[in-house]
Design a protein around this ligand. Structure first.
Ligand SMILES: [Ca+2]
Ligand SMILES: [Ca+2]
Ligand SMILES: [Ca+2]
Length: 144
């Protein structure tokens, strides 16, 4: 009897653990690599913002122009802990606290990743700064 219960537990736990390993960060790093729209080797603040803005459409799954709980209702059923994380993520930019993050609110979010990467503070991230930021992110992930 115990063996059966343990077996079922292992089965139900394993895929979640695997998914979490796979989704560790990456998103923001991807932005840095693809954000250089004019291909001058520099990612400016505007390019970074535009690239992040492009993700808004994917987050707004029901296409009502705002990211809210409704957009991840299904996720809340299958992975409540992931949905909870999103809850916290959207309270931050939701300045008027109506439970929805509009594109304007989304675009106004601070860009800590960009500011950190732009070490000489000239408003754009060059290849050297980008490589350093990526190495730093990797070191942080490895340390976990
Ligand atoms: Ca550029
Ligand atoms: Ca929406
Ligand atoms: Ca709002």
């Amino acid at each position: 009897m115990y063996r059966i219960i343990l077996g079922a537990l292992a089965l139900s736990v394993a895929p979640t653990a695997h998914a979490q390993m796979g989704s560790g960060g990456g998103g923001e790093r991807g932005i840095m690599a693809t954000a250089d729209a004019n291909k001058d080797g520099l990612v400016s603040r505007d390019e970074y913002r535009a690239s992040r803005s492009a993700k808004f459409g994917r987050l707004d799954r029901n296409g009502d122009g705002a990211v809210s709980k409704e957009d991840y209702a299904r996720l809340a059923k299958v992975r409540p802990e992931a949905a909870q994380k999103l809850d916290t993520l959207i309270t931050e930019p939701d300045k008027n606290k109506d439970g929805k993050v509009t594109r304007a609110e989304y675009d106004a979010m601070p860009m800590p990743m960009f500011e950190r990467a732009d070490t000489d503070g000239d408003g754009s991230v060059d290849k050297v700064e980008m490589a350093a930021a990526q190495a730093q992110t990797k070191a942080m992930m490895d340390a976990r």
